[in-house]
Design a protein around this ligand. Structure first.
Ligand SMILES: Cc1cc2nc3c(=O)[nH]c(=O)nc-3n(C[C@H](O)[C@H](O)[C@H](O)COP(=O)(O)OP(=O)(O)OC[C@H]3O[C@@H](n4cnc5c(N)ncnc54)[C@H](O)[C@@H]3O)c2cc1C
Length: 407
């Protein structure tokens, strides 16, 4: 039996944070959207997510910031410490002065909380149809739109296709064709530990802050989530350097952190090692909007996690996309081109800086000593280095920082 494809104005592939944020931004602008997600349920794997003010600004505009932050933790500072000696290298104060400058606090949320909130908001618009269990196997551009075919044989046609299908995006392959993402050689372990368990081992060195322990080819990030009941931990190692016990995840991770200070070793002992993530990215590219097809989130600009910005950039994409569609209501191809022109310089800078920051975190020997010396006199309320990142306003007035706008 031949069935005609179901037609929708906007079709989003992928119901991760990027896809749902895009659907919500489009719905807020009055557009009907259908989201196809390959998983049997919409959800998020993983634990904590750091959210900078650049993304909070967008979440606020989308009307979900209060709900997203209900169970969030607001660290008073982000502190960089030496993983081997435990020495404090520098801090970034994220309290009142930070909020005054950027308009929003820095927060950390449970991924599932953020995802569920955006999902609920999508449902409440009455304009977003969410279809799980829909793995898209094929995307076919056609005149004035695209048709996608799913694993269950269903087909959907659309005037405007937004692919939010992640770092391995098959849609990107079709548009840009730049092969597989770059494997950095690093892997991350992530999970949560009840804070009371950590407390029995001495607790966090700064219970109201976030700490990044940086060492040679490794680092550990620790911060509270769910109102301080859980500690989120992300441990990262260079598998090319720490090859001992490579066949045994737990042994390899522990061996890598063997020389670390006692606080860090405690965190690593408690780390869930059942699963790990390869850290992949790509160099910045263009060409992610072609005709009636565009990319958002990791599909468009996958980045290393070191600036904690992958999801934040996906969130920024959402309003830039909706605003570009608003500006070109009768020409989707022009809207998608405008969206890419607006986003590409910004996301390229974040992608490249994330790679650089990884180098700073993971230096060894004399590099580590130089890092300590350079950071020694930095004031914790010196925001120069992060103004471009956190002051960015993706909601309409792109290219300006908060300070420029208020000047
Ligand atoms: C260890 C680690 C820590 C991180 N920490 C942070 C942080 O603190 N802050 C931050 O902002 N970012 C962080 N990130 C980055 C962030 O997780 C990603 O950038 C973000 O999840 C990207 O969202 P996305 O929706 O673009 O892609 P994804 O989350 O990958 O979602 C893609 C969705 O598409 C679906 N899909 C894929 N293919 C198909 C198909 N063919 N058909 C249908 N559906 C499909 C998938 O099932 C998935 O639901 C971190 C990343 C890592 C690895």
């Amino acid at each position: 039996m031949i069935t005609s494809p179901v037609t929708s104005p906007f079709l989003v592939i992928g119901g991760g944070i990027g896809g749902l944020a895009a659907a919500l931004a489009l719905a807020r602008a009055g557009h009907r959207t259908r989201v196809l997600e390959r998983a049997p349920e919409f959800g998020e794997v993983g634990a904590g997510l750091q959210v900078g003010p650049n993304a909070s600004r967008v979440l606020d505009r989308l009307g979900v910031l209060d709900a997203v932050t209900t169970h969030a933790f607001f660290p008073t500072r982000l502190t960089l410490r030496d993983a081997l000696t435990g020495e404090r290298l520098t801090s970034l104060a994220t309290g009142d002065a930070f909020r005054e400058l950027f308009g929003y606090r820095y927060f950390v949320a449970h991924r599932a909380d953020l995802h569920r909130t955006v999902l609920t908001a999508c449902e409440e618009t009455g304009l977003v149809e969410l279809l799980p269990d829909k793995e898209v196997l094929e995307v076919r551009p056609r005149r004035g739109g695209a048709v996608v075919r799913c694993a269950d044989g269903s087909e959907y046609s659309t005037y405007a296709l937004v692919a939010a299908d992640g770092v391995h995006s098959p849609t990107r392959r079709l548009l840009i064709g730049d092969g597989a993402p770059t494997d950095s050689g690093y892997v991350a372990y992530r999970g949560t530990v009840p804070m009371e368990v950590l407390a029995r081992h001495g607790g966090l060195p700064e219970p109201d802050g976030m700490v990044i322990w940086a060492g040679p080819g490794l680092h550990l990030v620790q911060y509270p989530v769910r109102r301080g009941e859980l500690c989120n931990q992300v441990a990262t190692i260079d598998t090319r350097r720490y090859t001992e016990h490579a066949g045994d995840l737990t042994a390899q991770l522990r061996a890598a952190f063997d020389q670390a200070c006692p606080d860090v070793r405690t965190g690593i002992q408690l780390m869930d090692t059942t699963r790990r993530w390869s850290l992949l990215d790509r160099p910045p590219a263009t060409g992610w909007s072609q005709g009636a097809i565009t990319l958002v989130g990791d599909a468009a600009h996958p980045m290393l996690q070191y600036l904690a910005q992958g999801a934040c950039q996906a969130i920024e994409d959402s309003v830039a996309l909706a605003d570009s569609v608003d500006e070109h209501p009768d020409d989707i191809a022009a809207a998608f081109r405008a969206y890419e022109a607006r986003r590409a310089p910004r996301t390229a800078r974040v992608q490249s800086t994330a790679r650089d920051w990884g180098e700073v975190l993971h230096v060894d020997g004399i590099g580590g000593r130089l890092r300590a010396a350079l950071l020694a006199d930095r004031a914790e309320d010196d925001y120069q280095a992060v103004e471009w990142l956190y002051g960015f306003d993706a909601a309409g007035t792109f290219g300006h920082t908060t300070r420029e706008l208020s000047a």
